[in-house]
Design a binder for this molecule. Sequence first.
Ligand SMILES: [Zn+2]
Length: 465
Amino acid sequence: MILFRWIFSKRRGAISYDSSDQTALYIRMLGACVIFKQLFSRDVRVRSQVGFEPDRRGSHPYLGVDFRTLHSRAESAGSIPARRIRRLFSFQRHLLSSRLLRGAPHLNPLHILDEDYCGQAKCMLEKVGSWNFDIFLFDRLTNGNSLVFLTFNLLNQYGLIELFQLDMVKLRRFLVLVQEDYHNQNPYHNAVHAADVTQAMHCYLREPKLAQSLTSFDILLGLLAAATHDLDHPGVNQPFLIKTNHYLAALYRNTSVLENHHWRSAVGLLRETELFSNLPAEDSLSIERQLGSLILATDISRQNEYLSRFRTHLDEDDLCLGNASHRHFVLQMALKCADICNPCRPWELSKQWSEKVTEEFFHQGDIEKKYKLEISPLCDSEANTIASVQIGFMTYVVEPLFAEWARFSDTRLSQTMLGHLGLNKASWSAMEPEASGSSEEGESEPGHATDEPSSRVLSQGSQES
Ligand SMILES: [Zn+2]
């Protein structure tokens, strides 16, 4: 029985959904019929590969929260079929608009992107190595496909598609699935953040010290890790998952819960799309393992551990980039910088990120209030402001990291980033002089009397990862 039928304009095609076979979607276009079998069953297969079942989502005995709907506004809790249909459209839309990536002339009458927007997005990609790159504008110009377009473009630009003989269809499918597995309802942890981190990673990979020493394999790993580092992020932090007894917290024993999930989700998509099936098995296993090591390094609760290791290497001047393990460590540090580089961007971009991350913090705080859970640090909208959250984050997390990065890579880009960081902090301080003063003095907020400001920021900073 056909439950759902939608006719394209001008009767160019139709999509049918057969309730007797819920793994199949029939698409009829221009006389051809394509059956997307198994696309809908992907979630189940991927979840079972990584060791947990989809029906265990939101396992808090009282909350029963489905994290995919936490930041939902327009969608109802029962919108998963709609999401899957959107994914299909997205894939189709991407294939149709892929001429932008190939630079091929426009031939397909079912194009989605407007010609002018395509041209402007293509122009922007010519300056993809600029620190002023406006990822928000690029996302609009690509119709919400910034992560797919940007990552594909970079892989192509570095010659990695050719070098590793990556199958174009598999690669595009992989990138589309990665993009779709980010929750666009999250104000901050969505695909645009992943695209932004990937663009920042590209800027760091081009820095002389890295460009001279990194191998193509390192670059491939760096870009893939950046694109997938927050995959399927629920929009809440690890302490929230732990205190609500979420199954992910149990699965990963309360340790780097989100980062482990991002990594396993990325591995699930790599295996599902068979992106590296042409490589020897040991190489693809090595990619999976190193991808994990890079993504796990973004756990902000381990910030001091990485930072002191970095500082020791710089003090002793013993980083040897001919050594694979040292190069891997530098990639970890580069990804960590890329992940929290928002305060180092020009004010117009930085301010937007600050607003988005604080919105996500406060949304978590609102849920905690609603269910009478302890409100996490920095998540109480009545006790914090965007400025106070940002000043603490810049002071205790961003400044120490970027100061060491500038020691390692003393370049114009590093100076530019530190310059923006200083100016942005001054701008927030001007809006919130008290917050600036209290951060420096180490004054605690009510309810957190024993907390050091730095530990409060670090514990909540996991939302930035
Ligand atoms: Zn992140």
